[in-house]
Write a protein that binds this ligand. Structure first.
Ligand code: 16G
Length: 247
């Protein structure tokens, strides 16, 4: 592997800016000019410190600032990576798996929980189900390749699927197979900060920014088929919507 300094330039020892700032500027330039590519891993902080002749604390301070800006991402146990945000079209009713495939990435999930149960009051109101109705719950950590992107908690009415085990990677694929893929959805979102437990599941730091999205999906006949609460990492997503002026 070529040295980092060969790719992003060395620090200007005479500059008036503090060293951490110089390091940060060099990394930022590297990312902006493409010398450092999206998803690329940075060398360990101690190696960067050694190469540039600065302390690890200085490297850490430089990196911290870029993590806060979303230009770099720390993944627990794996290191620091150049951010590469996934753009998500907000006006299309697509699944996570389809969004990832469209970007050449592979969706996968880790199950947190998968149960068949009776509807709770929240689900009953949201899905328009009578108390006592059967539902399936799917709680997942969603990954793009090996990068955790979102936590997703979905509830589907019992009539929507033949069983729990028909959901492999994609819930929408399973719903489609059962003839119950949503054709319309309502969604609302708000900014959140990840709490300790959520952050641990996603391998990010507690207090990191995220987007909370609630989706209610409907069938052609108007019945609700999905209630999903998603917590997307703020540093992994750009949401894009096309707006048309009405004539
Ligand atoms: C998306 C949807 C979520 C849906 C999931 C299905 C948003 C904000 N949420 O993440 O409501 O349940 O896709 O994905 O887009 P899957 O078919 O890959 O399981």
């Amino acid at each position: 592997m070529t040295n980092l300094a060969d790719r992003i330039g060395s620090l200007d020892g005479n500059a008036r800016a503090p060293l951490y700032q110089q390091m940060q500027d060099a990394l930022r330039r590297g990312i902006e000019t493409g010398s450092l590519r999206p998803q690329e891993a940075l060398p360990p902080e101690r190696d960067i410190a050694k190469e540039f002749g600065i302390s690890r604390i200085t490297v850490r301070k430089a990196v911290d600032g870029l993590v806060a800006d979303g230009m770099l991402t720390r993944r627990q146990g794996a290191g620091t990576f150049v951010g590469g945000r996934v753009e998500k079209q907000f006006s299309k009713l697509t699944s996570f798996s389809e969004d990832m495939a469209a970007r050449g990435r592979t969706a996968r999930s880790e199950w947190i929980m998968q149960t068949e149960s009776t509807v709770n009051s929240d689900e009953s109101l949201t899905l328009g189900l009578s108390p006592g109705s059967r539902v399936f719950r799917f709680h997942r950590i969603r990954y793009a390749d090996d990068q955790p992107m979102a936590l997703e908690y979905s509830t589907v009415p019992g009539f929507g699927l033949p069983g729990l085990d028909v959901v492999g990677v994609s819930l929408y694929e399973a719903l489609e197979g059962a003839g119950h893929r949503p054709v319309r959805a309502l969604q609302r979102l708000r900014a959140v900060l990840f709490d300790k437990d959520q952050a641990a599941l996603l391998g990010i730091e507690a207090g990191a920014p995220g987007l909370f999205i609630e989706r209610r999906g409907f069938l052609e006949d108007g019945r609700a088929i999905e209630m999903t609460h998603s917590w997307y990492r703020g540093d992994a997503y750009d949401f894009v919507a096309e707006l048309n002026a009405t004539a």
